[in-house]
Design a protein around this ligand. Structure first.
Ligand code: ADP
Length: 213
């Protein structure tokens, strides 16, 4: 399945009267990778959270395949996110209380998948990205580069139609940066809609489109 994601006249304010985004419109096509760039504080992360249905617009809509998704109730929205979205958060943001494996498989289990299948796919992804740590290890016991690759495994486990990444290469060395960027590109090539917030000109150059905020 592929996904057409649209922001239609989206506005958002954390504090009433102080909009971070004011009537923002864009269309993200399946099979493309888009960079969201611009100075800090412009609302890039906020926009990614809106597109990922984790924040509610204060005006306008986020649409998926032409259907308003941002106005769904909490339950259907959570389900839609689990079924069709993957998110790589800034600084990996793994759950420190759970093992590497549980972090990666959480959403698949929430969707009702068999643990055995999810674990097998998690293992294959960890191999693919060269993460050589015991899967029962906790995130506090892995390096920053490993944590970010684990976060990528978590986001890719369900082959999401929409993959959103917030500064996924922020603190990574060049080799790990290449692994992450190649993985995002490869995922777009499968037909997914990929959107990346980045300050890196190299990452922006690897995208099909750049939108500056
Ligand atoms: P960017 O990703 O472009 O750096 P952000 O989306 O993080 O921008 O932030 C946009 C604006 O919203 C900034 O002024 C920031 O201080 C503010 N902001 C971000 N998160 C919150 C929050 N949870 N509560 C209040 N203001 C916030």
């Amino acid at each position: 399945m592929t996904a057409l994601l649209e922001a239609c006249d989206v506005s958002f304010a954390y504090v009433p009267g102080t909009p971070v985004l004011d009537g923002w419109t864009a269309r993200f096509e399946p099979g493309t990778m888009t960079a969201l760039t611009g100075p800090s504080g412009r609302g890039k992360s906020t926009l990614l959270y809106l597109l990922g249905l984790m924040l509610h617009p204060t005006g306008g809509q986020v649409r998926l395949d032409g259907v308003p998704a941002s106005t769904l109730g909490d339950g259907p929205r959570a389900r839609l996110r689990a079924d069709r979205f993957g998110f790589v958060f800034q600084d990996a943001a793994l759950d420190a209380t759970r093992t590497v494996l549980d972090n990666i498989t959480e959403t698949a289990l929430y969707r009702g998948e068999k643990r055995q299948d999810a674990v097998a796919r998690a293992g294959a992804l960890l191999d693919r990205f060269g993460v050589d740590v015991p899967a029962h290890r906790k995130p506090g016991q892995v390096s920053g580069g490993q944590a970010q690759r684990i976060a990528l495994c978590r986001a890719l486990l369900n082959s999401p139609d929409v993959l959103l990444a917030d500064e996924p290469t922020g603190n990574l060395d060049p080799a790990t940066t290449d692994i992450v960027v190649d993985a995002l590109r490869d995922h777009a090539r499968t037909g997914a809609t990929v959107i990346v917030v980045t300050h890196s000109p190299e990452v922006a150059a690897a995208c099909d489109t750049e939108i500056r905020l």
